[in-house]
Ligand binder design. Structure first.
Ligand SMILES: Nc1nc2c(ncn2[C@@H]2O[C@H](COP(=O)(O)OP(=O)(O)O)[C@@H](O)[C@H]2O)c(=O)[nH]1
Ligand SMILES: [Mg+2]
Length: 428
């Protein structure tokens, strides 16, 4: 689908939120690098069983598709397989509905084996539900071919049985992966740098901020990062701290329940993050409700952001302040100032770059607060020890002493501090 020009249509449930829904759908399409050529709202008074939208609209959109040479149409609604097929025929273009689009995004973002399996499982569950709903009228007896299914088995039953078998196999494999996950986490070699994960609603400005922050130059030859995927980038912050910045899949309104597990599995790195940037579109009418949803999902991921360790990790990034007038900005600024230090939201515009300096200072402060700095005393001939430190810790400084000793200052995740202490002499 990549690089296919495409159009996007929103068939909204309520007129009031139609614009917001369309914005979200366009944002979702862009999340998988689709080039959105046209987008619009189609009022639907009653859903047509054959094409979802009325025949006049089908013809109108057909003309549009032709003129902009679109290869794909995204419909922000739930289409039956019959509707999808009919529209594809009428438009001579690929058609994707909302769930299909979301599954596509999750599929690309799944990094772990568990994530991939969860997305596959969601895909099959989705297919199964569509079988039941809309293929019923195609049901027919399969006479004579007993070897293809049980005697008298219908096409629908055979299809459902195949899907159910694959679901059962996937579930068994998922179970196995989950049981060994804890083990993997412990043994997995962590990158020695702090991870800063961006979370927030689709369209909040995560990717814009990700790109802005990662403009800082980083050595391309650094082997550690050669294998990182495009949603991870190494960034050098102004005061010298190097972090791994992780863009995540956006939170989506009305996420179909069958996709919730798949969604969570694509957010694994958030669980391991040292700092979580909760990017919020403060110009959005639903900003508060969205924030509530995001915090709810973090809670479901096992990250308690209301207080304690989790709260120390989380920075609220109040984005898009350029879209507010002076009064609106003043209100937000006052609100932020009233929060205690260490909990204070940072006002930014990822687009104009304003507030980014304050944000990077805050990120560095949070890392300093959550990571442990250790002063180590090594024999200066201990080459193996030094390279171990470079792999497993952030080396802040190295100083040779006249006595042939090497004083190394490192910063580590609290979980690794014990191992470092045990391996090297620690100067208090
Ligand atoms: N006015 C304004 N627009 C922004 C700002 N940050 C992002 N945007 C726009 O909001 C839209 C969504 O941004 P994106 O970074 O893709 O959001 P994501 O879905 O969270 O990754 C894009 O059209 C951006 O240009 C901002 O600070 N101000
Ligand atoms: Mg994005």
């Amino acid at each position: 689908m990549r690089a296919h020009p495409n159009a996007s249509i929103s068939a909204p449930a309520s007129a009031r939120s139609a614009e917001a829904k369309l914005d979200e759908a366009v944002g979702l399409a862009r999340a998988i690098d689709l080039d959105v050529l046209e987008s619009g709202i189609v009022p639907v008074s009653d859903i047509r069983p054959a094409t979802y939208i009325g025949s006049g609209k089908v013809a109108e959109v057909a003309g549009l598709i032709k003129s902009v040479e679109a290869g794909l149409v995204v419909m922000d609604c739930a289409l039956s397989p019959v509707q999808q097929r009919n529209l594809e025929k009428a438009w001579n273009a690929k058609v994707l509905d909302r769930t299909g689009l979301i599954l596509e995004i999750f599929g690309r973002r799944a990094r772990t084996r568990e994530g991939t399996l969860q997305v596959e499982l969601a895909h099959l569950t989705y297919q199964k539900s569509r079988l039941v709903r809309s293929w019923t009228h195609l049901e027919r007896q399969r006479g004579g071919f007993g070897f293809l299914g049980g005697p008298g088995e219908t096409q629908l039953e055979a299809d459902r049985r195949l899907i159910e078998e694959r679901i059962a196999r996937l579930e068994a494999e998922l179970d196995k992966v989950k049981r060994t996950r804890k083990l993997h986490r412990l043994s997995r070699q962590r990158v020695p740098y702090p991870i800063v994960a961006l979370v927030g609603y689709t369209n909040a400005g995560k990717s814009t901020l990700f790109n802005r922050l990662s403009q800082a130059k980083v050595l391309a030859s650094d082997m550690l990062f050669a294998t990182l995927d495009p949603t991870l980038r190494a960034v050098d912050l102004p005061h010298g701290a190097r972090v791994i910045l992780s863009d995540t899949v956006g939170f989506i309104s009305d996420l179909p329940t069958m996709l919730v597990a798949a969604f969570r599995a694509t957010l694994e790195e958030v669980v391991e993050a040292d700092v979580i940037l909760h990017v919020r579109d403060m110009s959005h009418a639903d900003a508060d409700a969205q924030s509530h949803d995001v915090r709810d999902i973090l809670h479901q991921l096992g990250i308690e952001v209301e207080n304690g360790e989790g709260a120390a990790k989380l920075i609220e990034v109040w984005n898009k302040i350029d879209r507010l007038d002076a009064d609106g900005r003043a209100v937000l600024s006052n609100l932020a100032q009233r929060q205690p230090a260490g909990r204070r939201p940072v006002l930014i515009s990822a687009l104009s770059g304003s507030g980014l300096a304050e944000l990077t200072i805050e990120i560095e402060a949070r890392i300093a607060a959550t990571r442990v700095v250790l002063n180590l005393d090594l024999d200066s001939s201990d080459g193996a020890g030094i390279s171990w430190l470079h792999r497993n810790a952030e080396v802040l400084s190295k100083d040779f002493s006249p006595e042939g000793r090497l004083a190394v200052t490192v910063r580590v995740d609290p979980a690794n501090a014990g191992a470092v202490r045990a391996k090297f002499g620690v100067l208090e």
